[in-house]
Design a protein around this ligand. Structure first.
Ligand SMILES: [Zn+2]
Ligand SMILES: [Zn+2]
Ligand SMILES: [Zn+2]
Length: 765
C-alpha cells in the first residue's frame, strides 16, 4: 500500500515535481540533474520548456530531500536559480532517469517574476573595493533584484517600471545593451552614478545624511538601541537590536504589539546556526532565492532577547535579500528584529511620507531611498514540517507565480476571505494567487485590498467571467465582490479550503476534505471550523462536524479563550458549569462577569453555536490554565501545541453519533471531562496536550473510516500546527489512508482565494 504523498514513510517511493526558473538553460543544468539523480538512484526525467526546467524524480524520501538540497548547492557554476518550486505528487513508476526531448511549443507565458534575492555575483561586486558598484545598495542583474514590486505594467521593460525616472549612465547603458553582459536587459540596472540613492531622515522626516554616511549613521541608530525605519524591497521594515531588551520593550510599546513574535534578520547562515537548530532543508530554504522568513527551533542560550518571541520555542529568521540588507547586517554583525513597518492591522507603509507620518512615533530615524515601490510585498513565512516546505505567508519571492492545475479554467476573479486575505484569478490552466494582503480589520486594510484587486486586473488586463466570494454576507471582500457588477458565485469557506489543498496537490475527484480553523460562516447558521466535507462538482457534502457549543459573546470569544472554555463547559455540564469554581477558566472571571455569562448563555444572547476546532483548542488551553486572554490570533492554540511533549499513545474517549445533519457528529463531552479529571489528578499539561492532539487525529481517523474515501486532504489554520499534522499522518497513515497537506499555498486563509477559483470553475463545468 502506498502511504501517499506526505510524511516520512518507511522507505515508500514518492514522486517529487520540481520546477526551476532562471539561468538554467544552456549551462549544463540538465546533464547535472541527470547525474545527480543517477547517483542518488532516483527514477524520473528532466525537461527544458519555454517556461523553465521541469524535473520529476521518484525515490525514497531521504534521497529526494538530498536531491533538492544538492540541486541548489552543487549546481553548475553558471547556473542561477531564480525560483524553485517543488511539490509532492502521487508516485507514477517513472522508471530509469532520462533527459527528455525539449518541449519546443507551448506558449511563452508572460509570467511576472517575483522579487529575487541578491545573487552571489552581485553580492561579490558590492563587497569588492575594486568594483564600480562597491558598497552600492541597489546592485542587481538579469538574475536577481526587484521585479513584481517595481512593475507598473506589462511587458516588463524599464519604462514600465518604477526605474523609469532614473536615466542610465553610459557605463550602465553599455552593460544593458551588451548581449554578452550579465546585465543585458536587466531592467532595474543601476549604479552609484545613475541609480537610486540612500537618505537618512530623523523621526520627523528631516534629512540627516545621504549615501554611505546615511548607512553608517543608520547602523549607529540600531547599535545605540534605537529603532530604525528601513525602506526595503516591498515596504518599510522596523529594525532594532535583537539582543537589546530595552530596545525591544520600546518597539513593542510603541507598536502596541504585546507578545506576537517578531521576525529576525541575521547577517549570514553561520550566525543563524549559532542561535537555532537548522537542518539541510531549512538551510536550503533560508538561502534560497526566495529567502523567506523560516520558523526555526531556538537553541538554549541563543544570543537574542526573550522579548523577540515570548513563550515560543521557535524563531522566525531570514537572511539579507537585498544588497542594502547585506551592507547593514555586515556592518552591524548581530541579528536585528526586522518587523513590518505598520500600525496594528494596517498595511505596511511603502512611501517615505507615509512612513514618516504613520511610523514617526515608532522609529527614531528612517533609512530610505528614491526607488518607488509600486506594490506592497510582505516577507514570506515558511517552515519545514515532516520534510516538506509549508508556506504560512506567501508574498515576496513567491507571488505572483501561478499554480498550475490539470484542467482549463474559466476566467474567475476570487476575492478570498477576511483574515490573511489574498486574491486570485485564473487564466487557462493557471491560477495567479496574489501576495498576502492581510487582515481586513481596518479601513486602511480594506482600501489596500481594493487597490490590490484593481492592480491585479489592470496588470494582467483581466476581465473575469465570474467573481467568487465567501458566503459570509458581512465580509468586506464579499460586499466588494457584489459591487463589481459581474456574476457572483459564493463559496463556503471550508469548502474553499478543501479545493485549495486539492489544487496544491494536483488532485481531482472527491477525496475526504478535513477543514479545521478558527472561524467560518457555516451553512446552518452556526460558526464552522471543524468540518469534514466531500467536495463534488464545486459543492460539498457536509459529512461530519463537531457537536456545537455556545460561543459566549460571539466575536469577543476570539480574544478571550476563557469564553470558549465556559461555553464548552456549559454544553457538557449545563448550569453546573458555573459551579466549577476550582477550574482556572472560572477563576479568570469576576463574580459579576460570571453572572453576565450565565445570563447570556441561558437566554441565548450573543452566543452563537460554534463547531470550530480552533475554539476547542482555545477552550482546552483556558481550562488547563495556559491562556485566558490572547494578544494575537492563534496564541492560545499555539501555547497548547508548544506545551505538548510529543506524540501520545493514549487518547481520550469520545463519541460519534450518526443519522442527522451532518451525517456524523463528534461529541467531545467525555474528552473534556477526562481532561478535567487528568488535570485534577496532577497529570502535567505536557501529557494532556499530547493526548488531546492524538485524540483529534483519532476522531478524524474514525470519520475517515466511515467515509469510504481513501484520500484525505487537510486544510485550514489548524494544520499550521506541526504536531497535529504528525498525529494525522501517523493515525491515518497506519490505516492506509493517503494524507495530503499544503505545500506552496498556506493552509490558513491565505489559500481561500485559490479554493474559491477551483470551486467556482467546478460548479460551472
Ligand atoms: Zn545578480
Ligand atoms: Zn549607472
Ligand atoms: Zn479558514
Amino acid at each position: 500500500m502506498s502511504s501517499g504523498s506526505t510524511g516520512r514513510g518507511t522507505g515508500a517511493s514518492r514522486r517529487m515535481c520540481v520546477f526551476v526558473r532562471g539561468a538554467v538553460q544552456g549551462v549544463g543544468f540538465r546533464p547535472f540533474v541527470y547525474n545527480l539523480a543517477k547517483r542518488l538512484g532516483l527514477g524520473g526525467w528532466v525537461l527544458n520548456s519555454p517556461q523553465g526546467v521541469q524535473i520529476e524524480v521518484e525515490g525514497g524520501q531521504a534521497d529526494l530531500e538530498d536531491f533538492l538540497v544538492r540541486l541548489q548547492k552543487e549546481k553548475p557554476r553558471l547556473a542561477f536559480i531564480q525560483s524553485l518550486e517543488w511539490s509532492y505528487l502521487d508516485p507514477a513508476n517513472l522508471g530509469e532517469f532520462k533527459i527528455r526531448e525539449s518541449k519546443a511549443g507551448g506558449e511563452k507565458l508572460a509570467f511576472v517574476l517575483p522579487d529575487i534575492a541578491t545573487c552571489d555575483l552581485c553580492l561579490e561586486e558590492t563587497m569588492d573595493a575594486k568594483d564600480r558598484r562597491y558598497l552600492y545598495p541597489f546592485t542587481n542583474c538579469t538574475l536577481c533584484g526587484p521585479r513584481f514590486s517595481i512593475i507598473e505594467k506589462l511587458p516588463y521593460d524599464r519604462p514600465n517600471t518604477s526605474m523609469k525616472a532614473f536615466r542610465m549612465c553610459p557605463a550602465c547603458a553599455k552593460e544593458y545593451r551588451n548581449p554578452e553582459d550579465r546585465r543585458f536587459h536587466a531592467q532595474p540596472i543601476a549604479c552609484h552614478v545613475c541609480g537610486p540613492r540612500l537618505q537618512l531622515l530623523d523621526g520627523k522626516g528631516a534629512p540627516m545624511a545621504g549615501e554611505e554616511e546615511a548607512l553608517l549613521m543608520a547602523c549607529a541608530v540600531v547599535r545605540g538601541g534605537r529603532i530604525l525605519g528601513l525602506k526595503g524591497i516591498g515596504g518599510f521594515l522596523l529594525l532594532a537590536d535583537a539582543r537589546n531588551a530595552e530596545a525591544l520593550t520600546r518597539l513593542r510599546q510603541r507598536k502596541l504589539r504585546e507578545e506576537k513574535p517578531l521576525a529576525l534578520m541575521y547577517p549570514d547562515l553561520k550566525s543563524v546556526e549559532k542561535d537555532c537548530f537548522v537542518d539541510a532543508l531549512e538551510a536550503r530554504l533560508l538561502t534560497s532565492p526566495e529567502k523567506p522568513i523560516v520558523l526555526l527551533r531556538k537553541r538554549p542560550g541563543a544570543s537574542i532577547s526573550d522579548l523577540v518571541a515570548p513563550a515560543n520555542p521557535y524563531l522566525g529568521v531570514m537572511l539579507p535579500y537585498a544588497p542594502l540588507h547585506h551592507l547593514l547586517t555586515r556592518e552591524l554583525g548581530f541579528p536585528v528584529v526586522a518587523t513590518s513597518g505598520n500600525l496594528t492591522d494596517e498595511p505596511m507603509a511603502i512611501e517615505t511620507d507615509e512612513a514618516v507620518s504613520k511610523l514617526g512615533s515608532i522609529a527614531d530615524a528612517f533609512l530610505t531611498h528614491d526607488r518607488p515601490i509600486v506594490r506592497r510585498m510582505d516577507d514570506s513565512i515558511a517552515r519545514i514540517v515532516e520534510g516538506r516546505e509549508v508556506l504560512l505567508r506567501r508574498a515576496r519571492g513567491y507571488a505572483p507565480l501561478p499554480i498550475e492545475v490539470n484542467k482549463k479554467l474559466p476566467k474567475v476573479l476570487a476575492l478570498g476571505g477576511h483574515l490573511k486575505n489574498t486574491i486570485a484569478m485564473s487564466k487557462g490552466k493557471h491560477v495567479f494567487v496574489s501576495q498576502h494582503i492581510g487582515d481586513m480589520e481596518t479601513k486602511e486594510a480594506v482600501e489596500a485590498f481594493q487597490q490590490a484587486v484593481n492592480d491585479f486586473q489592470k496588470l494582467y488586463e483581466f476581465k473575469p467571467e465570474v467573481v467568487a466570494t465567501d458566503l459570509h454576507p458581512a465580509y468586506a471582500s464579499t460586499q466588494f465582490g457584489e459591487s463589481l457588477g459581474f456574476e457572483v458565485h459564493k463559496v463556503q469557506h471550508h469548502l474553499a479550503h478543501v479545493y485549495s489543498v486539492m489544487a496544491d496537490n494536483g488532485l481531482d475527484g472527491s477525496p475526504l476534505g478535513i477543514s479545521w480553523d478558527g472561524t467560518g460562516y457555516g451553512e446552518d447558521n452556526t460558526v464552522w471550523g471543524g468540518e469534514f466535507i466531500i467536495p463534488d462538482g464545486g459543492r460539498g457534502e457536509w459529512l461530519a462536524g463537531f457537536e456545537p457549543f455556545p460561543l459566549i459573546g460571539g466575536e469577543k470569544a476570539i480574544k478571550e479563550p476563557r469564553r470558549s472554555a465556559l461555553g464548552m463547559l456549559y454544553a457538557c455540564f449545563g448550569k453546573e458549569a458555573f459551579e466549577m469554581r476550582d477550574l482556572p477558566t472560572l477563576k479568570a472571571f469576576t463574580d459579576d462577569e460570571l453572572e453576565w455569562m450565565k445570563a447570556a448563555v441561558e437566554h441565548d444572547v450573543q452566543s452563537p453555536k460554534c463547531r470550530s476546532v480552533g475554539r476547542l483548542f482555545d477552550g482546552v488551553s483556558s481550562i488547563l490554565g495556559m491562556r485566558q486572554k490572547i494578544s494575537y490570533e492563534g496564541q492560545a492554540a499555539m501555547a497548547l501545541e508548544f506545551a505538548a511533549n510529543g506524540m501520545a499513545e493514549r487518547i481520550y474517549p469520545f463519541d460519534i453519533k450518526s443519522g442527522g445533519r451532518p451525517k456524523y457528529l463528534i461529541n467531545w463531552g467525555r474528552t473534556l471531562s477526562t481532561i478535567i479529571q487528568d488535570a485534577k489528578s496532577g497529570v502535567g499539561n505536557d501529557i494532556i496536550s499530547s493526548r488531546f492532539h492524538a485524540t483529534l487525529a483519532e476522531m478524524a481517523a474514525k470519520i475517515a473510516e466511515a467515509s469510504g474515501e481513501r484520500r484525505v486532504v487537510l486544510s485550514g489554520g489548524c494544520f499550521q500546527n506541526a504536531l497535529l499534522v504528525r498525529n494525522f499522518q501517523a493515525r491515518l497513515g497506519q490505516r492506509g489512508f493517503e494524507v495530503y497537506t499544503h505545500q506552496r499555498i498556506p493552509p490558513n486563509d491565505g489559500g481561500i482565494s485559490l479554493g474559491q477559483v477551483i470551486a467556482t470553475a467546478e460548479a460551472r463545468r
